[in-house]
Design a protein around this ligand. Structure first.
Ligand code: FBP
Length: 548
């Protein structure tokens, strides 16, 4: 296989580890925990894994001699830079505990466990993937592990391979599944531990104990590089408004972080739009006004960042989507069987009057996108909704109206972009390479200490890696009850952008100036070699949050 020069040089990079994981490790248990909300319900659903203590690793003088252990690993959900380093950290961690330990990877996500599709990950294979982006070492998938038959099929293969622990690397939904599986195996007394690892570029799997999900750092830096390039093009040609939609599912963390890195003229934050109960027309007016103000100053160009989940946060749209979710969960097959040309009227006929009116007012394409297949977790696939086009079209219409009324005299030409897949498999930044390797190592230590139902955690991440605090957090601690696919279910609480948090506050204090002035910042590409202030910076989000 031909490799790029960077790939070759990067293979030799030795990720940094927190001091506590560098030598012999001991686990120190903290106080008992409880779930973030709905304590009684969660406790009842997880009698074996509820209330466990937070675990912190500390350096120990001597190592306990441990028998060799076989461990399984699964990559679940969307790709995120650094997944290969979690696996290499896990591999090195279990080998350090006993050189005869073995690691098995289940192929193409949780489905590989159920279908008994796996391969042993030997040192040769691991070495090929150290510090690389992507999940291609074993592939990923979105099969939802939730049924007892799946757990039992999984148990068959785990037993056959003599696997003592399974590590599930995934986002909030996959770690919820990891917790349910841990509880089931504990209840059945199968003696198989399940450990989760916080992955997702979306940055929405975080809380007091999990500072950030891996991949967020690299993905945001990759998007910010290209946003900066577009801003420079925009400031050179001075003739386009660029509407850039950014991945990130419901939460606006990616859009906000990219705004902090690149200082665009406009960045929409879905959580704020919801809190202010803004309508689609309010958003369009806000953008059009900024365009008009800049035009009045002779600047017929600009950059707008749009979080991909925006549509779900416009309160009236949210009510519509919630009704569509419940309706399609119950009548999805019936809907699919209807002729395409009659589908819109069919939906309008089934919805409540308020929602039917909104649905009928949407452009055809957007209306259709809202009824497309849900992902296996019941979520609308927001990455398919072309909000960047919807908004620029509506802004164009409003400006034309203002022109007629003599309120606007500028020129408006739009370009559209969607950045998502471009960043999910980028070569991990030094931060993600180190963070992921440490998470994998921490997962190995949790296994060695007999823990199950835990998520590997690494904290104090704005400090140098040496000072990071590694440990584990009971997954039940992050749970609450939420409505999914029409039913109340225990799930890990999604972390949305906090409007009283330091990252948003900083943005809010500067956005008027960024809208008016052309204050773009051009971050350039991720650097892997060079001065630490260029190569080892964490995200602005993490820096602002931790300084708070
Ligand atoms: P995860 O939550 O699984 O990490 O997925 C992240 C993500 O990249 C979202 O930002 C995006 O909406 C979604 O995956 C796209 O899904 P798919 O890869 O199935 O197209």
């Amino acid at each position: 296989m031909t490799k790029s020069a960077l790939q070759i040089a990067r293979a030799a990079y030795q990720p940094k580890l927190p001091k506590a994981l560098q030598g012999h490790v001991k686990a120190v248990d903290g106080a008992a925990t409880q779930s973030v909300a709905d304590q009684e319900e969660i406790k009842k659903l997880f009698p074996n894994t509820y209330g466990m203590p937070v675990v912190k690793f500390e350096a120990a003088d001597k190592a306990e001699q441990l028998p060799a252990m076989n461990v399984g690993v699964i990559l679940s959900g969307g790709q995120a830079p650094g997944g290969h380093n979690v696996i290499s950290g896990l591999f090195d961690g279990i080998k350090k505990l006993n050189k005869d330990s073995r690691l098995y990877g289940f192929i193409l996500g949780p489905g590989g466990l159920v279908d008994h599709n796996y391969k042993e990950l030997t040192a040769d294979i691991i070495d090929e993937y150290r510090n690389t982006g992507g999940f291609d070492i074993i592939g990923s998938g979105r099969t939802k592990l939730e049924k007892v038959e799946q757990f039992e099929k999984g148990y068959e293969i785990l037993k056959e391979l003599g696997i003592k622990a399974l590590v599930i690397i995934g986002g909030d939904d996959s770690n919820t599944n990891a917790c349910v599986l841990a509880e089931y195996y504990a209840a059945q007394k199968y003696g198989i531990q399940v450990i989760g690892c916080p992955k997702t570029i979306d940055g929405d799997l975080k809380n007091d104990m999990i500072e950030t999900s891996f991949g967020f750092d690299t993905a945001c830096k990759t998007y910010s590089e290209v946003i900066g390039n577009i801003e420079r093009d925009c400031n050179s040609a001075r003739k386009y408004w660029h509407f850039i939609k950014l991945m990130g599912r419901s939460a606006s963390h990616i859009a906000l972080e990219c705004a902090l890195q690149t200082q665009p003229n406009i960045c929409l934050v879905s959580e704020e739009i919801e809190a202010k109960n803004m309508s689609l027309d309010d958003i369009v007016t806000y953008i059009a006004q900024t365009v008009a103000d800049r035009a009045a100053a002779g600047n017929n160009f600009g950059t707008v960042l749009i979080p991909e989940g925006l549509i779900e946060f416009i309160p009236a749209m949210k009510r519509l989507i919630a009704e569509l979710n419940d309706f399609l969960a119950a009548h999805g097959e019936e809907y699919a069987a209807i002729e395409r040309s009659a589908q819109r009227d069919y939906i309008i006929g089934k919805l409540s009057a308020e929602n039917a009116a909104i649905y009928a007012s949407l452009p055809e394409g957007v209306a259709r996108q809202l009824t497309l297949d849900r992902d296996p977790h019941g979520n609308v696939q927001v990455s398919l909704i072309e909000t960047e086009k919807l908004l620029s079209e509506m802004v164009g219409v409003k400006l034309a109206q203002w022109k007629k009324e003599g309120k606007y005299t500028g020129k408006f030409a739009a370009q559209h972009h969607f950045f998502g897949y471009e960043g999910r498999c980028a070569a991990p930044s030094n931060f993600d390479a180190d963070y992921c390797y440490s998470l994998g190592y921490a997962a190995a230590a949790l296994i060695a200490n007999g823990k199950t139902g835990y998520m590997a955690s690494v904290r104090n991440t704005i400090a140098p890696a040496e000072e990071w605090i590694a440990g584990g957090v009971p997954i039940t601690m992050m749970m609450n009850m939420e409505r999914r696919n029409g039913e109340l279910k225990p799930v890990i609480q999604k972390a949305l952008v906090k409007l009283d948090g330091a990252p948003f506050k900083y943005f809010e204090a500067h956005r008027a100036e960024w809208a008016k002035e052309t204050a773009y910042v051009y971050p350039g590409p991720i650097q892997y070699f060079g001065p630490t202030e260029v190569c080892d910076q964490s995200t602005r989000t993490l820096q602002l949050e931790q300084a708070q």
